[in-house]
Design a protein around this ligand. Structure first.
Ligand SMILES: Nc1ncnc2c1ncn2[C@@H]1O[C@H](COP(=O)(O)OP(=O)(O)OP(=O)(O)O)[C@@H](O)[C@H]1O
Ligand SMILES: Cc1ncc(COP(=O)(O)O)c(N)n1
Length: 547
């Protein structure tokens, strides 16, 4: 059953307010505001209407386009783009596609009269500030949209003459391609890609940017319209766009091509975002500059989405999402993932492999322990500072106990080992704080006395987390203490379940702190964590560099 046979358009008139005519066929055309020039005669003068026409509420933007169920193109991309630009999105759906990131498998076109009823219902009730037009699959649909635009005359009309999806599948019947030409009279800006530009000027697709601009000029002059010539289909590293005015003026925006396969829906997103921004900017060149910057970032961040196996969508909301509070576990998981190279490097260090196999020289271990003792003394103060800043009593207790343990338990372990090996290591104990230790401690103290609670916790966390992880990974690899492992007792203290539990608690505390704070603080927390993780790596390697 198709859409048109399920509900007859004539049996479901929109429940319009009593002052508004209901049946689509008898709708009175909305008179064009007298100050608004008609699109076909003076399109370029739209860039300077009086400031009193700029609405303060979010622009009400209607997308007349096809549905892409995978969410990357069509109506779905338009809703996201309009919203990302601060507009209020409305939709009238011209076609339903069976589509994913790999291609279009089928197209269903609802009755054109049903589309007509939707458009009339909207314009009878809502002031529409801008219209974006996308996939118009048949000549019938184009006629309905053309008639409606002719009556309602929205102040901003952007026509994206969609013909072929980026997958190569056709979205428009052959005879509809030429019918699109007539629709140009109702648009203020048309945004063809290079193959579509060729069709609109009746020439083969341009093979260079220069010939694309010439085609754009011919189209703009012939139809008295602004043309956006888009460089997304050019070969090479560059991806320019250019606005060509009806009198031949060209405003070109340079841009580098972003290396991503996720370009599904760039044309839809660009055109609907432009329609939205234009309502307030009233200047196509300004609108393009703002939208291209946003789209470039949306392409840059598209890999974050991980949608589908084919040509994926752009990340319309990268900006909103980068400042939104992260989901539980997400912040600390990202810190952990980002420091994967440091973690891998730790396991490669001769100090670690020799420590585990018991072949590490006592001189290196003694230097390490002596530096660690100095480090732990400062670390204890920083943990106490975390306790001081802690927002809850539980967290305060956790950090204070950590501060106590750093001084007592771990230092006694050091004293024990050094007392059994007193002779050669006396020098090590007396040694000054080494450069690597000092560097690490300075970083911790800076976080402790100039940073937020989150920064302090982020700075101290790698010591917990990396030690617990090293102990967990290496525990099965070493011979047991019964086998006379020279560093067995020391290793056991970090492989202990109580230490692993403390590390997990510290991770959880940081995650909660990250969710409670703002994006700028989260950024500083991430930097503090990454810096400490690198310091941990350097600290393990310091004995080798010292000798
Ligand atoms: N890889 C890319 N890097 C940077 N910008 C790009 C890239 N691909 C497309 N764009 C930009 O996206 C917008 C759409 O360009 P394009 O020429 O691809 O249109 P389109 O073919 O209509 O888009 P669609 O892929 O949705 O059909 C333009 O502003 C273009 O510069
Ligand atoms: C419903 C619909 N409208 C437009 C496009 C074009 O977008 P793209 O060229 O990126 O596939 C599409 N694929 N589907």
């Amino acid at each position: 059953m198709n859409g048109s046979s399920m509900i007859s358009p004539t049996t479901t008139p929109a429940p319009a307010p009593s002052s508004t005519p209901t049946p689509a066929s008898t709708l009175t055309p909305a008179p064009a505001p007298s100050s608004t020039p008609t699109p076909s005669n003076v399109p370029s003068s739209r860039s300077v209407p009086s400031s009193s026409s700029v609405p303060s509420a979010p622009p009400r933007v209607l997308s007349i386009a096809g549905s892409d169920p995978s969410g990357g193109a069509g109506i779905q991309a338009d809703i996201k783009s309009i919203s990302a630009m601060g507009g209020y999105a409305m939709t009238a759906i011209t076609a339903l596609t069976v589509q994913n990131t790999q291609g279009v498998q089928s197209v269903h076109v609802p009755d054109a009269a049903f589309l007509s009823a939707q458009l009339d219902s909207l314009s009878a009730d809502i002031e529409i500030d801008a219209v974006k037009i996308g996939m118009l699959p048949t000549a019938d649909v184009i006629r309905v949209v053309g008639e409606w635009l002719g009556r309602v005359r929205p102040a901003v009309v952007v026509l994206d003459p969609v013909m072929v999806a980026s997958s190569g599948d056709s979205l428009v019947e052959q005879d509809a391609r030429l019918a699109l030409l007539e629709l140009l009279d109702h648009a203020h800006l048309v945004t063809p890609n290079l193959p579509e530009l060729g069709v609109l000027v009746g020439e083969p697709e341009a093979q260079s940017w220069e010939s694309a601009l010439l085609q754009g000029k011919r189209l703009a002059a012939r139809r008295g319209i602004q043309v956006l010539v888009k460089g997304g289909h050019l070969t090479g590293d560059e991806c320019p766009d250019a606005l060509v005015g009806p009198h031949g003026a060209v405003t070109e925006l340079a841009g580098m091509k972003i290396l991503t396969g996720n370009t599904h829906g760039t044309g839809c997103s660009l055109s609907s975002a432009l329609a939205t921004v234009q309502v307030r900017s009233l200047d196509w060149a300004l609108s393009l500059r703002q939208v291209k910057e946003w789209l470039t970032q949306a392409l840059e961040h598209s890999d974050d989405l991980q949608v589908g196996k084919g040509r994926g969508p752009v990340n319309h909301f990268y900006s909103l999402w980068s400042t939104a509070s992260p989901l539980p576990g997400a912040f600390t998981q990202k810190l952990w993932d980002d420091c994967a190279p440091v973690r891998a490097a730790i396991f490669e260090l001769p100090f670690i492999t020799e420590l585990v196999h018991g072949s590490l020289t006592e001189a290196h271990f003694a230097y390490y322990l002596a530096q660690d003792a100095k480090y732990l003394n400062a670390y204890s103060r920083v943990l106490a500072r975390a306790g001081e800043l802690a927002p809850t009593e539980n967290e305060q207790r956790f950090w204070m106990e950590g501060a106590h343990n750093a001084l007592e338990v771990e230092l006694s372990l050091h004293r024990d080992w050094l007392s059994v090996h007193p002779v050669d290591q006396a020098d090590a104990i007396r040694a000054e704080m080494g450069p690597v230790t000092k560097h690490y401690v300075d970083h911790l103290l800076a976080a402790a006395f100039a940073g937020s609670y989150g920064e302090v916790v982020a700075a101290v966390l790698p010591c917990y987390w990396l030690y617990a992880d090293v102990a967990r990974v290496l525990a099965p690899e070493r011979p047991g203490i019964d086998g006379g492992h020279p560093y067995g007792r020391w290793l056991d203290s970090y492989a202990d379940e109580a230490f692993a539990t403390s590390a997990r608690t510290a991770v959880e505390i940081l995650d909660v702190a990250a969710r409670r704070t703002n994006a700028a603080d989260r950024q500083r927390m991430a930097s503090a964590f990454a810096y400490s993780a690198q310091c941990e790596l350097d600290f393990f390697d310091a004995p080798r560099l010292h000798s």
